[in-house]
Design a binder for this molecule. Structure first.
Ligand code: FAD
Length: 310
């Protein structure tokens, strides 16, 4: 795609990027979407997306991305499963660098989302893929009849604990706080589930195992008492880090590294827009990411017509 030029290039293949691609193509803009490795984004590994409009019984996360992509392709958007490595001003245009060559655009929508944070404890990196995981739906079937740990106390941790409980013998949730921050519906289902134990006020300090996870070392935050708990899997949901490092200091970010935008998804540089969980103040649900993508694409369309930008 060397030096191809588009009205709009969208960076990100999650719900926000795919919806931006769909909306932009429908507005008649020559549109390219660089999806990176994960078409569907974070949702690709989620067994059931709850609360997405139009699917009252939920929808598997790995199904939603391809459905939106097909719709966007039908509207005329083009796709590359490639990653953008740099974004550089090029006169009135923007140039994106990828391992398949450069692409130029009059406007760019950044929808690179977030990645799940690691705990940063000893043993975690060595045992990743050997018991330590971020993906309940991928690994749960391999852990039937076993005990697994989940770390975290928000929506993701509780939702994934409920998914795991459908497959494994027992789930232990380790949460450093004294109460969950998740939606009430998840909290109730977790507390009522006989397969799930909850250890509040507990941190995981070490993942232990040689070639495969065997146990975790835990510590009670109030008295410092430690324990070793046998688990065959450890699923970590302790927050999300925005994928903005590749942008360097190009755009104004908030203190968490998310892109600051105004009400029309415009970033701090002319012609650059952001959508989804990579933007400051995002609501963090799939429906809001889709809404952001549509809003950003329509804002780009106005910008290209009227030359208005942040
Ligand atoms: C465990 C878990 C369960 C969840 N369950 C639900 C649920 O039930 N219901 C709900 O509404 N929400 C749920 N969410 C939240 C939901 O997943 C997110 O709000 C939504 O996926 C965000 O979409 P996004 O498009 O903004 O970003 P992401 O999904 O993070 O997508 C980012 C995209 O950017 C791409 N990318 C990154 N860097 C680059 C680059 N340099 N170049 C090109 N592409 C790049 C990635 O490949 C990916 O395609 C859950 C989240 C988690 C972690």
């Amino acid at each position: 795609m060397s030096d191809a030029e588009y009205d709009v290039v969208i960076v990100g293949g999650g719900v926000a990027g795919l919806t931006a691609g769909l909306t932009s193509a429908r507005a008649g803009r020559k549109t390219r979407v660089l999806t990176g490795a994960a078409l569907g984004g974070l949702l690709i590994s989620i067994e059931q997306i709850d609360g997405y409009p139009g699917f009252p019984d939920g929808i598997p996360g790995y199904d939603l991305g391809p459905i939106i992509q097909e719709q966007a392709t039908g509207a005329g958007a083009e796709f590359d499963a490639t990653e953008a490595t740099a974004l550089i001003a090029d006169g009135e245009r923007w140039r994106l660098t990828t391992d398949q060559g450069d692409v130029r655009a009059r406007a760019v929508v950044i929808a690179t989302g977030t990645t799940l944070k690691a705990l940063g404890i000893p043993g975690e990196a060595q045992l990743r893929g050997k018991g330590v995981s971020h993906c309940a739906s991928c690994d749960a079937p391999l852990l039937r009849g076993r005990t697994v740990g989940v770390v975290g106390g928000g929506d993701s941790a509780l939702q994934e604990a409920l998914t795991l409980a459908q497959h494994v013998a027992r789930v232990i949730i380790f949460h450093r706080g004294s109460a969950f921050s998740a939606q009430a519906a998840y909290v109730q289902r977790v507390l009522e589930n006989p397969k799930i134990d909850v250890r509040f006020g507990t941190v995981v300090d070490e993942a232990i195992g040689n070639g495969g996870l065997k146990s975790v070392r835990t510590r009670h935050v109030s008295d410092g008492k430690t324990d070793e708990v046998e688990v065959a899997g450890l699923f970590v949901y302790v927050g999300l880090a925005p994928a903005t490092a590749w942008l360097g200091d190009l755009l104004a970010l908030d203190e968490s590294g998310r892109i600051k935008v105004d009400g029309e998804m415009r970033g701090s540089r002319r012609g650059l827009f952001a959508a989804g969980t990579v933007r400051a103040g995002a609501a963090g649900r799939a429906a809001s990411a889709a809404g952001d993508g549509a809003a950003a694409a329509l804002s780009v369309d106005r910008y290209l017509r009227e030359g208005r930008s942040g």
